[in-house]
Write a protein that binds this ligand. Sequence first.
Ligand code: AOS
Ligand code: ZN
Ligand code: ZN
Length: 427
Amino acid sequence: MRITQQHIREHNKEAEDKHTASFLPLVDQLDGKGVEVDPLVDQIASFQVAIPSWALGAGGTRFGRFPIGGEPGNLEEKITDVGLLHALNRSSGAISLHIPWDIPEDTAAIRALAEELDLVFDAVNSNTFQDQENQEHSYKFGSLSHTDTAVRKQAVEHNIEVIRYGATLGSKALTVWLADGSNFPGQQNFRKALRRTRESLEEIYAELPDDWQILIEYKPYEPNFYSMVIPDWGTSFLLAGKLGAKARTLVDLGHHLPNTNIEQIVATLSMEEKLGGFHFNDSKYGDDDLTTGAIQPYQLFLIFNELIEGTDDYADLENNIAWMIDASHNVKDPLEDLLQSVEAIKKAYAKALLVDRRGLEEAREANDPALAQSILQDAFQSDVRPLLREARIRSKAAADPLRLYRELGVRDQLIEERGSDTIATGL
Ligand code: AOS
Ligand code: ZN
Ligand code: ZN
């Protein structure tokens, strides 16, 4: 199924009056504060968030999985789904692939399809957290950190293979998330495990093309529950520092213990130019992979506030960091959820762009916490939805993507095309 410009035009025509009635007063209000609206709308419009290939089907838990129907059965269909999202919001113009779930067999055809849908390939992801059929050595006791050289070699070679696949599609980064760790005190020699991981990463780094980056994800627990080899940003930062300029840390919002000050981590990493990527999701208890902005929208805003604080050039911010959603969908239609996630991310970005930066800095220098808090709250509580809508209309996206998705009956059409019991590969 395809969403055409005709669909978008008709939908936007219908939305026009209501949109104008909310947008024009906001323009007046922002004018009064000396905020230029056009560049703001442009910044919101150009911000793109990549969609992971593994989030297009039902997620499920270890207790069960409830297929949603019409799930993409192969890579072409996954790309088509991301194309649908991008046609609706013009903000999801990239897809992040996972090897071996999405091995591109016919590279030329895959590239052509992506190009036709105006999509690029974001970071590629390796998988050494599962054993694959016909795999010689098991990752049960780790991969890049394993005690056995042969297992480490296999895991290193897999990552190099992932780089090769990515290169054929135009990706520019490899994301490494390691499940390596231990379940019991005494099981693993911490020092040796970390050293072996570093050495394995060095071998992968040596194969990284000049214009590529390696993004190192961290996670405090799961699947191992006593220790993880890369449990926190400090360990990722340490490894990235030892590897070199092409290695950076990737922050997954769900990979922190409760109440961690993630915005401060973001500030430090961005100050050190070691912030390479984001996995957006939301978290109540752990790595819940809930919809971004569904639980802690203020935290998301504070994170964007730090990102903006750390840059003089918004284009840099948009292009130098791999922005991606990493969520799981157990009860929602994944495509609806992804539309909501992108909206929440852009809302946080837009609100952070509205922060009176000079006023905030003056309040900080004057040790005036009440004023500093008011300035942040003022931006956070602004209703930026008309700005996002305007950005979409100007980009020829739908004024209300979720509404149009439902009006067009996209899920029903996908079920008709693909059947109701297809299962997408992924988590
Ligand atoms: C795992 O918890 C991490 O968030 C990974 O980034 C991701 O979910 C996984 O790599 C999917 O491949
Ligand atoms: Zn992640
Ligand atoms: Zn995760």
